[in-house]
Design a protein. Structure first.
Length: 737
């Protein structure tokens, strides 16, 4: 039974520990009703001497004794000279330590805070404080006050406190005032607060009228942002306004003027697509137009192939003791005649061989070539296959943040990549915004090669970049279709192609490397999956558990990742006296758990032992193993291949278990064995390309568990993930011109 929240009031005596990045603080409080206790929780910039009123629960730490876990709190600045001294002496304000604090309070007494905020020149009356230092102290003091006001606003309204740093970066000292005036801005990047929460805050707590232009315009923008996250670069106008009307509970015709205002303010862009009026977020429209123009520029790049190209290709053939198929030869040679090259094909069609030989041939002619992929696992696999370094596109472009806290890349048109050719593998995962950034960093003479399987799931982000380009006949492209002899020995490969053609293979053939196990209930399916991963596959096929991946259509339901992760953790990594563990929400993390990073964190520091290296950036889809949990230090260490990254306990929302993952999260990865539960899932997820994506992740063994009817339903459902995008039409039009 959950404990009822309790209230604690007192004065902060001492700050024992604080983490400036996430605000986690341990402090000692002298209680108003006598006694003292340690308080813990997210309390950014809490200072000694402050009076705090906190809501939370009393707990007993096994080593540190009684504590108070703070959920929400309010605080007041110190009201007497002793409190003012304690606050300043705690080094909360940079530039002031105990000695300087005493000098300030001795001279200004109860006016000390007023002097810091409004009369910094008077600080120069104190020996050792110059006018420049006094000004710096004032700026820091005001910044702390602004941050304090912002945090109190967020806590009071039950909003995530991690919004604070981005809001301060974007709006500075006016952050709290800005959010109070327009809470709907929290629905935009990078906050992405649910519109319902922002709307309740605005209309109920802050008294913003339901018919205000602010609210109505925010609703329209939210519909566009929501659909952007669903993969659509635009929304037809005749769908946008009804959707906004339903969201806002406001007549559709009264939203027309608000849409026009947004257009005039360049927040949205109206355009025509197939004779239909459509609406974009302005910046997305600019990205789509830019990408279409750059792809067309690359297509028109004048290039002449070297006269001895065929001769050098034959030398490589002779060295490797093989003869390439005609389509492979076309793919290998295409970058010598085209500024942009598209290569696609399913498993077993020779994409890897073509890519390896292409790189060797480019090196023969001294062309500086960079390799990249959208995810860490895909980049690692590309490195292994090509025997040279491949980076994630983010690492290649060198991410950074601007003053407003928005992601930017150091590499751009003003500082382009130093390369003659850039090759991107797993290009089907490339979303519009990242494609635009990559093209912006491509030097004018640079060529782009995109390699991927267009029949897989579309990218997690907006657009269908690779598939759209493949739909433009004028672009140089090669589709590899021949399944080579060695791949014909694999039922994984053959059945993947059958699925992709809309054909149902003989599922119960059950030999070689493809197996189907019938289950007539969700319970039986789940039991089968756990048994396969823990006993049957390791025992019968000799594949270790660490190389087996469960891939699910859905997160939810009995056969979804959330339930299977709980069961697989219990079976594969049960509690033990020598294993550290901690709870984050409903999730228990334990030493030895397999985990996945679920959002990009460009600032996450990692270290590598051999060779010794330190860097930053852990990305969405990176998987690793928890190697240490230290409850006293509130620290978790995760090993990602040869790198280790530290996580404070307050950062654990970035991780989830990865014994079972969704097909979307599996893209770009390859596993020795894959188990796919196919019993039930939401209708929108039962699609052919989802099934095809999951099946093609398996290298040595594929086991499907569930109902044949569900597999048939997935095979029969093509184009389930169709997206609104005009990129194909724009490139076609420009190429025709």
């Amino acid at each position: 039974m959950e404990k009822e929240p309790e209230v604690l009031e007192g004065v902060v005596e001492d700050i024992i520990y604080k983490n400036d990045e996430n605000g986690y603080t341990v402090a000692r409080v002298e209680l108003d009703d006598g006694g003292a206790i340690t308080i813990v929780g997210a309390m950014p910039f809490l200072g000694a001497g402050e009076h705090i009123s906190a809501t939370g629960t009393y707990t007993v730490h096994p080593q540190h004794g009684p504590q108070f876990q703070v959920d929400n709190y309010l605080r007041e600045m110190p009201a007497d000279e002793a409190g003012i001294y304690a606050y300043l002496a705690s080094r909360t304000v940079k530039g002031i330590g105990p000695k300087t604090a005493k000098l300030i309070v001795d001279r200004f007494g109860m006016e000390s805070f007023d002097v810091l905020a409004e009369m910094p020149h008077r600080l120069a009356e104190i020996r050792g404080i110059t006018l420049d230092k006094a000004k710096a102290i004032q700026e820091e003091f005001l910044r702390l006050n602004s941050m304090r006001m912002l945090l109190e606003f967020l806590v009071t309204h039950s909003l995530p406190t991690h919004f604070a740093s981005s809001l301060m970066a974007a709006y500075g000292d006016l952050a709290a005032e800005t959010v109070a005036r327009d809470p709907y801005l929290l629905c935009e990047e990078p906050y992405l607060l649910d519109f319902g929460r922002a709307d309740e805050l605005a209309t109920v707590s802050l008294g913003i009228p339901e018919d205000s232009a602010l609210r109505l315009e925010a609703g329209i923008l939210y519909v566009l942002t929501f659909n952007l996250q669903a993969g659509h670069t635009f929304v037809p106008r005749d769908k946008l306004l009804p959707a906004a009307s339903r969201l806002l509970g406001w007549p559709e015709e009264e939203l027309e003027d608000r849409l026009e205002t947004l257009r005039a303010r360049e927040k949205v862009k109206q355009d025509l697509w197939r004779g239909r009026e459509v609406v974009y977020l302005e910046y997305v429209w600019k990205q789509e137009v830019y990408v279409s123009r750059e792809i067309t520029r690359l297509k028109q790049m004048p290039l002449k192939p070297p006269p001895d190209l065929e001769k050098n290709l034959k030398k490589i053939e002779a060295r490797q003791g093989m003869e390439y198929a005609q389509k492979q030869r076309e793919a290998i040679c295409l970058p010598f005649t085209a500024g942009v090259t598209l290569i696609t094909g399913g498993p077993g069609t020779g994409k890897t061989t073509a890519l390896q030989t292409m790189i060797a041939l480019l090196q023969t002619y001294g062309l500086n070539t960079l390799l990249a992929a959208p995810t860490g696992r895909a980049a690692k696999r590309m490195s292994q296959l090509c025997d040279r370094e491949a980076k994630t596109i983010h690492r290649l472009l060198e991410p950074m943040f601007d003053k407003a806290g928005n992601l930017r890349f150091k590499k751009n048109k003003n500082d382009p990549l130093q390369a003659d050719v850039i090759i991107v593998d797993e290009a089907s995962m490339l979303e519009l915004s990242l494609a635009a950034s990559l093209l912006e960093a491509l030097p004018l003479h640079g060529r782009l090669v995109l390699v991927g399987d267009a029949d897989q799931l579309p990218p997690v982000g907006a657009g269908s970049f690779f598939a759209d380009l493949l739909g433009v006949e004028a672009l140089p492209r090669v589709r590899l279709t021949e399944i080579f002899r060695q791949a014909q020995d694999s039922d994984i490969v053959l059945n993947a192609h059958r699925f992709n053609r809309g054909e149902m293979p003989a599922l119960r053939k059950n030999d070689r490397d493809f197996y189907f196990s019938v289950s007539r209930s969700a319970d039986h399916t789940v039991d089968n999956v756990v048994s396969l991963m823990t006993q049957r596959i390791p025992g019968h096929f000799g594949i270790p558990q660490t190389e087996i991946q469960v891939i699910c259509p859905s997160r939810q339901g009995m056969c979804g990742t959330e339930n299977l992760n709980r069961l697989l953790q219990a079976a594969l990594n049960p509690p033990a006296a020598d294993k550290g563990e901690t709870r984050f929400g409903e999730t228990v993390f334990r030493t030895g758990d397999r985990v996945m990073q679920i959002r990009n964190n460009y600032d996450r520091i990692w270290t590598r032992l051999e060779p010794a290296e330190t860097g930053t950036g852990v990305y969405n889809g990176d998987t690793g193993v928890i190697v240490l949990i230290d409850r006293n230090a509130r620290l978790m260490i995760v090993r990602f291949d040869d790198r280790e990254a530290d996580y404070d306990f307050d950062d654990l929302s970035e991780l989830e278990h990865a014994y079972a993952i969704t097909a979307h999260k599996s893209q770009g990865s390859e596993y020795a064995a894959v188990v796919i539960p196919v019993f039930s899932a939401p209708q929108r997820l039962l699609s052919r390309n989802l099934l095809y994506t999951a099946v093609t992740r398996a290298k040595r063994l594929l086991v499907m568990v569930g109902r044949e009817e569900t597999v048939q339903q997935m095979v029969d459902t093509a184009n389930a993930t169709r997206r609104y995008s005009a990129l194909k039409a724009r490139v076609k039009e420009l190429c025709d011109e």
